[in-house]
Design a protein. Sequence first.
Length: 99
Amino acid sequence: MRSIPLVAVTVALALAAGSASAQQYPIMDKIAAKVIAKYQNATCEQLWQEKQAGQGQPKSPEEQRAVKALQNDPQMAQAFFDKISGPIVTKMFQCGMIP
């Protein structure tokens, strides 16, 4: 399973900043689609392994910048989370990762 390069996420989120509508974030929409595809195409075992491998590790500078971009633009963050939350939560539930 391939991860989305965090540099691409950071650049895309920075370029997408500044608008209220999810339709006005075409790059963010593409990233959200990749995140959704990652979860939909992953096996439960892959997700469990990734979760265990990622615990306790500090965030990379790129990931920190991506989070900062979302924190600085609440409307973009809301649009991003509205897109990815349903598919990701569904997969995590199916895999027994959440009650």
